[in-house]
Design a binder for this molecule. Structure first.
Ligand code: HEM
Ligand code: HEM
Length: 199
């Protein structure tokens, strides 16, 4: 990536930074939304129309949350494909030379694990709703590419949840690393994603 003349170190391009922060924002919304809607639809204690205790509430709000989750998830998938193609063709700015190579290696592993998960988790979500035939997103019906198979759908939802938990684990590691670089090691790694203007 080219050096931006406004900064005194090579930074990610505005496109790479824009995609990074937009995806980070969507992931911060998508994870709690997924857990909450699933709790509301499957586990929240409530009563049915006869006053009998049941688990789960299927009202307009639950439907809205599920549709929002599916829509945001598909937007995440499209943005990740764009971001990956951009990253593979344009590369990244060179690493901060003061960081030991072993640490740079670990950070690259975490980045590529995140890319893989950001690709696989929404694909699993889409496969699960396809096999379960839960293809409605607001008033729109997504195309069905496979025949209905409830058991497979349940199984894929388990993988979808496990993948989402792995995203949380890697994002926690990633943010802890950003804090370490910015406040403990006091190097310039974070400035590559949040450039500080030089006077
Ligand atoms: C990176 C993107 C995504 C993330 C991080 C994510 C995360 C989650 C999480 C944390 C849950 C709750 C798991 C549970 O408690 O069972 C969930 C459930 C769900 N996700 Fe996603 N998801 C993503 C993309 C998608 C996509 C693209 C779709 C479909 C188009 C989708 C459909 C669903 C559905 C239908 C459920 C509910 C499962 C149930 O009620 O048992 N997700 N997701
Ligand atoms: C407060 C939150 C976050 C901070 C402070 C942060 C900070 C950073 C920084 C400084 C880099 C550049 C590191 C380097 O090149 O050495 C980076 C790269 C990256 N971040 Fe984040 N990040 C955050 C959230 C996220 C989230 C939520 C995701 C995805 C779920 C994510 C995914 C990535 C990926 C995949 C890269 C690698 C970029 C590349 O070289 O292709 N980040 N982040």
């Amino acid at each position: 990536m080219a050096q931006d003349p406004k900064y005194d170190l090579p930074t990610y391009t505005p496109t790479a930074r824009g995609l990074h922060w937009l995806l980070a924002l969507l992931i911060f919304i998508q994870l709690p939304l997924g857990f909450y809607m699933s709790y509301r639809g499957n586990d929240m204690p409530s009563v049915d129309e006869k006053g009998q205790p049941v688990k789960g509430v299927w009202d307009a709000l639950t439907g809205f949350l599920y549709s929002s989750h599916k829509l945001i998830g598909l937007i995440v998938l499209a943005l990740v494909v764009w971001r990956l193609l951009y990253r593979l063709t344009r590369g990244a700015p060179r690493s901060d030379p003061t960081v030991p190579p072993a640490l740079t290696g670990v950070s690259h592993l975490v980045h590529w694990a995140l890319y893989a998960l950001l690709l696989v988790v929404p694909i699993l979500g889409f496969l699960a709703i396809s096999y379960g035939d839960y293809l409605d997103v607001f008033n729109f019906r997504l195309p069905a590419f496979v025949d209905k198979n409830e058991d497979l759908s349940k199984e894929i939802f388990e993988w979808h949840e496990t993948g989402a938990i792995l995203i949380i684990a890697f994002v926690v590691l990633h943010i802890a690393a950003a804090i370490y670089h910015r406040f403990l090691r006091k190097d310039r790694v974070v400035e590559r994603m949040i450039p500080k203007r030089v006077a």
